[in-house]
Write a protein that binds this ligand. Structure first.
Ligand code: ATP
Length: 253
């Protein structure tokens, strides 16, 4: 089956003086779609930021495509969609400029050739934003902004997509576009690791769920489908009308 696309072994990470990841093991194999779930502050964003090298690891190992993360240079194989911030960024930039920045890793010395311009245009078409190519990103809605960030991640035609809550604060129409885009990427063989608050429209795509709690892996297996919405973070469900002990799913809170 080949090397895992992502392998985290015993990963620990501190932010400030606080241990945020306390020994994470996580393997994502080629073509898998893995959802990272867990309550607020459980370490989901920090975990994926260690994978892309934004947060240093204090102990343990991370490999990307079989290469030690510190020696990994092939970043065009990885598309990253950060958690959306409330501010649009503050720097004036057009939609095309933002998406083009995601293609830089495929260019030689930043020179865009036709294939690069085509890839940028295609990424914009995939997320239904081609008609906004020349607009300033500050003029976009939250959902459109998110589509642009996803187009930026797709512009390098990555094999691995890492997304931090891609559906958060996104209007329904954009959610549908994003779910369809992701479905197409997965059908084309992409590997996906994404932080989610709820499985929602992406549920049918998810192969496996990894649930973090206090910086540790609490569950690694089938998505908590059978438990429904109540199994999602923040829904430590208590049945008020139960005659017996309250049923607590306990998985995600
Ligand atoms: N730069 C930082 N300095 C210190 N502590 C931080 C920093 N960034 C995050 N933390 C803390 O680390 C913990 C884990 O944060 P992280 O963002 O990884 O959680 P999360 O599971 O992604 O949460 P959320 O669902 O709210 O995004 C939280 O308690 C958070 O307050």
């Amino acid at each position: 089956m080949g090397e895992p696309v992502i392998a985290m072994r015993g990963v620990r990470a501190d932010l400030g003086s606080r241990p945020v990841l306390r020994g994470i093991d996580l393997t994502v194999r080629h073509g898998e779609v893995v959802a990272l779930l867990g309550a607020n502050g459980s370490g989901k964003s920090t975990a994926i930021r260690t994978v892309i090298g934004q947060v240093p690891v204090s102990e343990g190992e991370i490999e990307l495509f079989g290469t030690e993360r510190k020696r990994f240079r092939d970043w065009s194989r990885v598309g990253y969609v950060p958690q959306r911030t409330t501010a649009a960024g503050g720097v004036p930039a057009t939609v095309t400029e933002v998406v083009s920045s995601g293609r830089l890793s495929r260019t030689r010395f930043g020179v865009f050739r036709k294939a690069d311009r085509d890839a940028v245009r295609q990424a914009l078409e995939l997320v239904g934003m081609a008609d906004r190519a020349k607009d300033n990103v500050d003029a976009l809605s939250g959902g459109q902004h998110q589509r642009v960030l996803i187009a930026r991640a797709l512009a390098s035609e990555p094999e691995l997509l890492i997304m931090d809550e891609p559906m958060a604060g996104v209007d329904l129409a954009s959610q549908e576009v994003l779910a369809r885009t992701l479905r197409d990427q997965v059908a084309a063989g992409a590997t996906v690791l994404l932080v989610l608050h709820e499985l929602g429209a992406l549920e049918p795509l998810i192969d496996r769920a990894v649930v973090l709690r206090d910086g540790c892996v609490q569950h690694d297996g089938p998505p908590p489908r059978a438990l429904g919405q109540h199994a999602l973070p923040g829904h430590d469900h208590v049945h008020p009308h139960s005659e017996h002990e309250p049923i607590r799913t306990g998985l995600l809170s």
